[in-house]
Design a binder for this molecule. Structure first.
Ligand code: LLP
Length: 433
């Protein structure tokens, strides 16, 4: 059963499939987009974004819930507009994200505000524009939020993010639920901190928040954390708090290496949520980012050169670490495939796939088996829709690359490549020079 499901998933996880040997995004041949916008570019599939959102809807069916898309994964206005249209809420972590969410039409009552360093200004912005809740991460934050709310004559709805001290078994840079991480307050101190929150005049306690990390490929750490949250819910209710909402965070992993990984499905995750916290009568919120956007995006790039090194071949692409930082930053794996499928029987050779930036860290992959490729050929990085464009920079004065959205047989540029003039004119030279 499991194997069959995995096979189905491998076949149907996204809408980037080969047709007649050419990679398509939904019904559009990828080379057609490349010819129109130039490489490199990000390419997203609306059908895949929609499908992934719906998988979570199905998974939580039967429980009162709100799926708050973690827009840090991909915050393009068009992507947010799709999410808003599906009825999603949004998880924001800065005033900039809050503004982007509102600009895309997400109503304040569907925005939750997370993050360890919210400023007074960001609190005011959200309180005046409308907010579902703040996920408060520390006592100083809680006190400031109360002051800001009182000064505005309102009460801020809050959950407190608890740190359950569980090992999420993911990359150290994206684990957040261990006591050594900067996130949340230790769960052991929760009753004390909730007592103070309830006594602060500007706060209204509405629930509990937990988020233990990202790219989780096992359900056990979640299960441990959610059981602790269930116990805490009962304890806080005994203390007289009206705990009516549980924000369970995001973090469900995706299969970056298709031939070799099978993270849990949203449906399995949903069953675990029901099993651990389903009987508490709480409204459930989750904050998935990567699972919604990750496999809904490709990074498409062209080969600049094939260089024969000593004992290894380098495929030098026009995309670089500034466009997709994940391999350099986390040692992350992305499947990299030729856009035009190699004919059957062609021998694959190992290649190091690199970008043009002047750092050895600008290496996407080592020893990948690829068919022979030449200057101008296109390759696609899979699973690049989350934490791709949003983490890009202009290092080496390389312009941010365009983003394209595909819907059936249409495509549109949803962020244009800036001109060099635009980039240079952002700097100003002081009068004394
Ligand atoms: N909620 C909170 C409070 C978070 O901090 C995050 C991610 C999420 C939700 C969404 O997690 P997701 O469902 O996307 O795993 N740049 C890294 C990932 C950083 C994740 C940060 N927090 C990467 O490229 O792997």
């Amino acid at each position: 059963m499991r194997t069959l499901r995995n096979l189905l998933r491998a076949a149907g996880m996204d809408h980037f499939l080969y047709r007649d040997g050419i990679l398509h995004a939904e019904d559009v041949p990828v080379p057609e987009i490349a010819a129109s916008v130039g490489t490199p570019f990000y390419c997203y599939s609306q059908a895949t974004l929609t499908r992934h959102y719906r998988l979570f809807e199905e998974a939580l069916d039967g429980l009162p819930h709100l799926i708050c898309y973690a827009m840090k994964a991909n915050s393009n206005q068009a992507v947010l507009k799709i999410m808003a249209g599906l009825g999603a809420g949004v998880d924001v972590v800065s005033g900039g994200e809050y503004r982007r969410a509102v600009a895309a039409g997400v109503p304040g009552e569907r925005i939750v505000f997370s993050g360890v360093g919210k400023t007074g200004e960001e609190m005011r912005l959200a309180l005046s524009g409308g907010i579902r809740q703040f996920n408060v991460e520390s006592e100083p934050e809680m006190r400031l939020l109360s002051e800001v709310a009182v000064s505005m004559g309102v009460r801020a709805p809050v959950t407190i993010r608890v740190n359950p001290d569980v090992d999420a078994k993911t990359h150290e840079k994206i684990a957040t639920g261990k006591s050594e991480n900067k996130f949340g307050i230790p769960i052991a101190r929760a009753r004390e901190v909730y007592a103070e929150a309830a006594a602060l005049p500007g706060l209204e306690v509405v629930g509990i928040d937990v988020h233990i990390g990202s790219q989780l490929i096992q359900l056990e750490p979640y299960e441990q954390a959610y059981r602790k949250v269930a116990d805490l819910t009962r304890a806080l209710r005994e203390d007289g708090h009206d705990i009516r909402r549980l924000d369970l965070g995001g973090g469900l992993g995706i299969p970056y290496e298709r031939s070799n990984s099978a993270p849990p499905l949203p449906l399995d995750y949903g069953a675990m949520v029901k099993r651990t916290v389903g009987d508490l009568g709480c409204e459930i919120e989750i904050e998935p980012g990567r699972l919604i956007a990750g496999n809904a995006g490709l990074l498409v790039s062209s080969v600049i050169y094939l260089k024969h090194g000593e004992g290894r071949d380098f495929l030098i692409l026009d995309a670089a670490m500034n466009d997709l930082i994940r391999p350099a930053m986390y040692g992350a794996w992305h499947d990299i495939v030729p856009v035009v499928e190699a004919p059957a029987g062609v021998e694959l050779g190992p290649c190091d796939i690199v970008g043009p930036v002047c750092e050895s860290g600008d290496t996407f992959a080592r020893g990948r088996p690829l068919p022979p490729l030449a200057t101008g050929d296109l390759v696609a990085f899979r699973s690049a829709g989350a934490y791709g464009a949003v983490m890009a920079s202009e290092y080496n004065s390389r312009p941010l690359i365009p983003e394209v959205l595909v819907h059936e047989h249409h495509f549109a540029v949803i962020r244009a490549r800036p001109s060099y003039e635009e980039i240079i004119s952002r700097d100003t030279i002081p009068e004394w020079l």
